[in-house]
Ligand binder design. Structure first.
Ligand SMILES: Cc1cc2nc3c(=O)[nH]c(=O)nc-3n(C[C@H](O)[C@H](O)[C@H](O)COP(=O)(O)O)c2cc1C
Length: 146
């Protein structure tokens, strides 16, 4: 069965990256790092999932979606093919917890598939892998029906 790829952004602290690598190890899913310019310039050829941290800067209306993710989402085709969002955050940010994933979900009308803090726990990785495996199956059904 085709496994939906996960495009992720991670800053130099690499907490989100560690989660993404753990996801890839669990079942061989492809994970692609949007901190790389070649990945940012590419377009997914089919459905894909975004994994993003939130980054709140100074003032209240500041966007929390990392610039690398915003750049990748500039392509209308890429936006259309995004089927869901996974968020990495930190509850210390209170009302802004997972702001990037949640705001993008609202704007794009795609679901937040899973949320975790920092680089997640082993249980988080396993739960997220499970959710993605169910999504793979659902997309496979759609493909077979068409
Ligand atoms: C400057 C800064 C701002 C942050 N803002 C938020 C925020 O608004 N909401 C949130 O849930 N987490 C916030 N976080 C936490 C990060 O999203 C979280 O630590 C994430 O795992 C970082 O991933 P990365 O190391 O891959 O970049 C912030 C962290 C930093 C350092």
């Amino acid at each position: 069965m085709r496994k939906i790829p996960v495009y992720y952004y991670s800053s130099s602290s690499n907490l989100t990256g560690r989660f993404a690598e753990a996801l890839a190890r669990i079942d061989g899913r492809r994970v692609l790092n949007l901190a790389r310019s070649d990945v940012r310039r590419s377009e997914p050829s089919g459905p894909w999932v975004l994994l993003t941290p939130s980054y709140k800067a100074g003032n209240a209306d500041e966007v929390t979606l990392p610039a690398g993710v915003r750049a990748f989402l500039r392509s209308p085709m890429t936006r259309r093919r995004m089927v869901g969002i996974i968020g990495s955050g930190n509850r210390n940010f209170g009302d802004y917890y997972q702001a990037a994933a949640r705001q993008l979900a609202q704007a794009s009308r795609r679901p937040v598939l899973f949320e975790f803090e920092l680089s997640g726990t082993r249980e988080d990785v396993a739960r997220c892998a499970d959710i993605l495996a169910r999504l793979d199956e659902a997309l496979d059904d759609v493909r077979n029906a068409g």
